[in-house]
Design a protein around this ligand. Structure first.
Ligand SMILES: Cc1cc2nc3c(=O)[nH]c(=O)nc-3n(C[C@H](O)[C@H](O)[C@H](O)COP(=O)(O)O)c2cc1C
Ligand code: SF4
Ligand code: SF4
Length: 286
């Protein structure tokens, strides 16, 4: 089998999970190619593959607009099997709503969506997890990915259900999609901190940033992926209304995974349940 991975990732979490899933599929004897969903990357030749894996982060309980724009242009097929793969900052069930629109769009284009996978990875907005939490999330993701690769190889999988209340809340938060280009237009670089290195220009998957007089200027195509604010080496990007939620700088995934008593108060029960489920999977593998 030849699998094509199409991945949208602002700050690297979904890319990391997609690469790991592809690696596990290769270990099972399948071929994989991974293509990033970016404005400067052309649409891949989907017809050369037997299977599609679409990966993206959850944004406001939904799929980012960049993913929907990609799906609108995706070539039609006749029942090519497809899987959705998401990362999110918390293991909340409401995030399952992020599968609804991509699933419908894929089906309209002739794909057969066989299953969905979710991995909790550190937040890139709102608040910063400890590096210990990041390390535990990475370990959980790697365990889950190994069994998810087997599910794909066997052609199995399941779709995620969302109850009516969660679906309605997620529906309301779709306002993020039209709001982000407007908010993003007012992003700017701190005059004091910006070194004019241009890193944000190449990090932006939407081609939304250009340099003018040695400083970045933000256009009207922002999808709020946070690649610029998170990746700026000087922590110089100011994200307008969202600035109090800014998270800057790569997580270190190399430390000791957080113990249960180090898991913070926010969504504590949900994180512990997610970690314990993943660790049961790890124990089964041994
Ligand atoms: C604008 C925005 C909205 C987000 N909304 C959610 C959310 O609703 N639920 C959640 O669990 N995580 C949310 N997150 C966190 C990301 O889904 C998470 O950090 C993800 O792993 C980032 O993936 P990436 O590094 O591939 O971009 C949001 C992040 C951003 C930037
Ligand atoms: S990455 Fe940061 S320092 Fe470099 S140009 Fe962009 S805002 Fe300025
Ligand atoms: S401007 Fe920043 S947040 Fe907006 S799409 Fe580009 S990198 Fe992402």
């Amino acid at each position: 089998m030849r699998a094509l991975f199409c991945i949208f990732s602002g700050t690297g979490n979904t890319k990391r999970a997609g690469e790991k899933l592809a690696e596990e599929l290769r270990a099972l004897g399948h071929e994989t190619d991974l293509v990033m969903i970016r404005a400067d990357v052309p649409m891949p030749a989907v017809e050369a593959y037997d299977l599609l894996v679409l990966g993206y982060p959850v944004h406001a309980f939904n799929a980012p607009r960049a993913v929907l724009s990609f799906l609108k242009k995706l070539p039609k097929t006749n029942k090519m099997p497809a899987y959705l793969m998401r990362t999110s900052g918390e293991p909340s069930k409401i995030n399952n709503a992020a599968g609804i629109t991509p699933r419908r769009m894929l089906e309209r284009r002739g794909y057969e969506v066989k299953g969905e996978f979710v991995y909790v990875m550190p937040y890139n907005i709102m608040f910063r997890h400890s590096d210990g939490m990041a390390a535990r999330m990475l370990r959980a993701m790697e365990t889950r990915v190994a069994s998810d690769a087997r599910t794909i190889a066997e052609g199995e999988g399941k779709r995620m259900r969302v109850n009516a209340l969660r679906r309605s809340v997620a529906f309301l938060l779709r306002v993020e999609r039209p709001a982000m280009p407007l908010i993003g237009k007012t992003f700017h670089a701190s005059k004091k901190k910006c070194a004019g290195c241009g890193a944000c220009v190449s990090l932006c998957p939407r081609g939304n940033i250009r340099m003018k007089d040695g400083k970045p200027k933000f256009g009207g195509h922002c999808v709020g992926c946070m690649a610029c604010a998170f990746g700026c080496p000087e922590d110089a990007v100011r994200i307008s209304l969202l600035n109090l939620w800014r998270v800057n700088g790569q997580y270190s995934f190399d430390g000791d995974p957080a113990r249960d008593d180090e898991v913070g108060k926010y969504c504590r029960k949900m994180y512990l349940r997610y970690f314990h489920e993943s660790e049961e999977g790890e124990a089964e593998k041994k």
